[in-house]
Design a protein around this ligand. Structure first.
Ligand code: CTP
Length: 396
């Protein structure tokens, strides 16, 4: 769906221009078409050829360059944009944009566009705190321009402070959200992800192979589509998705407590965590030493979080997962009914292309009443989108 979108990336003259190269690469990976406009100062930092090669289009530099006999460059670019993204944006660019000065291709095109404009400022901390800059930024915000706020850090000029451009991955996320249909606006989606870990002693634990990839993909996709998202995650190597309120837990009991404390806020719950069903009855305070014979660890049952949510669900849409190795449909069907779910996403975790710690999944989606959907092999990102589409279908 992002394949049909066009982003105009404006690059102005700051040292962070080198990060715009990475930003362009990330944008291209989402499938959007990107056209780059550079100011003259930007070309002092990065050669246009770099942007041209990565975008696959000539870089636009000159106000008085007609793209074809019929098209006036800046108007054609302005009309083509689904999103106008300026990264890095200098204080000079922001000052000009705020005050209606259009004296080069970038400022002219920004003034002529009707597309949403997203600005990632980058400047020295004293410039960033200057009331003149603040006023200009405020003026643009009031006119509906969006900002990806800079972060605090070591600046190229030697100062330490705010004004450092956000990381390209964060800017890219903000851009994707602006390009996405906001069909989950107003919803609060509570997602669980990853494994839980049940400690045996200070060095050992019981867990499973879940990486959290499926749940993180759902959380990210829901945020991009306008939802408020709360992600309760067991131990995972993945970075918390941008914009998502992430709560890190370790054990099943901690996950239950974190979920139940936030359940009232949620209108949609997606329970993709692989919760350990059992935990050791007692955790040894110091490392268990090996002995000559076998070792027995007594286990007791963990709470079934999804069953508890199913009992307290009220009007929420409740989505469960089923990780199976045998009798996929029969086992998943039982969980759908027993846990009072609106749908269950069942995967045979021993099937190649499905299951834990890979980027794809093969699922069957079961609904009350017996309907079964078989979407086939797909990426976890695409599956996340499909699950949210189905959730919306159930709500309407
Ligand atoms: N689940 C849960 N709490 C548990 C166990 C599972 O909330 N203690 C949730 C999972 O997040 C998933 C669904 O229940 O959405 C099914 O999990 P799964 O591991 O497939 O099944 P179990 O119910 O644990 O049953 P079994 O292990 O016997 O297959």
């Amino acid at each position: 769906m992002l394949e049909a979108k066009t982003v105009i990336l404006g690059v102005t003259g700051g040292i962070a221009a080198y990060k715009a190269v990475e930003l362009l690469r990330l944008l291209k990976k989402t499938g959007v078409d990107v056209h780059v406009v550079m100011t003259k100062a930007a070309t002092e930092f990065v050669a246009p050829l770099t942007f041209q090669t990565l975008s696959g289009h000539p870089v636009n530099l000159d106000l008085f360059n007609l793209i074809s006999e019929q098209e006036i460059g800046h108007i054609s670019l302005a009309d083509r944009a689904d999103l106008f993204l300026i990264a890095p944006a200098t204080a000079n660019f922001i000052g000009k944009a705020a005050n209606g000065i259009a004296d080069d291709l970038l400022t002219t095109t920004v003034m002529a566009t009707r597309a949403p404009v997203l600005i990632a400022p980058a400047m020295n901390c004293n410039m960033f705190e200057n009331p003149i800059y603040r006023e200009n930024e405020q003026k643009l915000r009031q006119r509906g321009y969006r900002f990806v706020d800079p972060v605090t850090g070591q600046l190229a000029c030697g100062w330490e402070g705010s004004g450092k451009m956000q990381e390209p991955a964060v800017i890219c996320e903000a851009a994707i959200a602006l390009l996405s249909e906001q069909d989950l606006a107003g919803e609060t989606v509570l997602v669980t992800a990853g494994p839980t870990r049940e400690e045996i002693d200070p060095v050992r634990f019981i867990s499973n192979h879940s990486s959290g990839k499926m749940g993180y993909a759902i959380a990210r996709a829901a945020w991009r589509r306008g939802a408020r998202v709360i992600l309760v995650s067991g131990p995972s190597a993945l970075a918390p998705p941008y914009g998502v309120e992430t709560v890190l837990v370790t054990t099943a009991v901690e996950m239950r407590d974190a979920v139940m404390a936030r359940l009232d806020e949620a209108s949609i719950v997606v329970k993709s965590a692989a919760v350990a069903d059992y935990r050791p009855v007692s955790r040894a305070g110091s490392k268990v030493k090996k002995d000559t014979g076998a070792l027995c660890i007594e286990l007791e049952k963990n709470p079934d979080i999804l069953t508890e949510i199913g009992r307290a669900k009220q009007g929420k849409i409740l989505v469960g997962f089923a990780a199976e190795t045998d009798d996929l449909l029969a086992n998943a069907g039982k969980k759908l009914t027993a846990k009072n779910l609106d749908m269950i996403v069942a995967n045979n975790v021993s099937e190649p292309g499905a299951g834990f710690d890979i980027d794809t999944n093969i699922v069957r989606i079961l609904y009350p009443g017996g309907k079964i959907e078989e979407p086939g092999l797909m990426s976890k990102d695409d599956l996340a989108g499909l699950i949210l589409d189905r959730v919306l279908g159930l709500k309407n």
